[in-house]
Ligand binder design. Structure first.
Ligand code: ZN
Length: 104
């Protein structure tokens, strides 16, 4: 008996269990629903990193568009976007690495 991760609630369940005891979602025997859950999570992480990149680029645009020194609201908005994008991207990269390691 092997322990696998429930694709819905991410708790550890037996691969032989017909459904997850925690959230009652179906878990078919050959584990294909778990693989689909894994793929969905990969897709979500890719979307997340894309979103973070977009925020970062938006921050760069707000800060440096037009070549004048940013000040006041523009500086604040740009700094927030840059920071969110950068931190979000780093976190997503770490999640992707951990996720890939888990799938082997
Ligand atoms: Zn579950």
């Amino acid at each position: 008996m092997a322990l696998v991760q429930c694709p819905v609630c991410n708790k550890r369940i037996s691969s032989k269990a017909g459904k997850c005891p925690h959230c009652n979602s179906a878990n078919d025997d050959n584990g294909s629903s778990l693989r689909i859950g894994h793929l969905k999570r990969s897709q979500r992480l890719m979307n997340q990193s894309f979103l973070a990149m977009t925020l970062f680029i938006a921050g760069v645009v707000v800060m440096f568009w037009g070549g004048e020194e940013p000040e006041g609201m523009r500086l604040n908005a740009g700094a927030v976007l840059l920071t969110l994008g950068f931190v979000g991207y780093l976190i997503t990269r770490v999640q992707i690495v951990l996720h890939k390691r888990k799938s082997v």
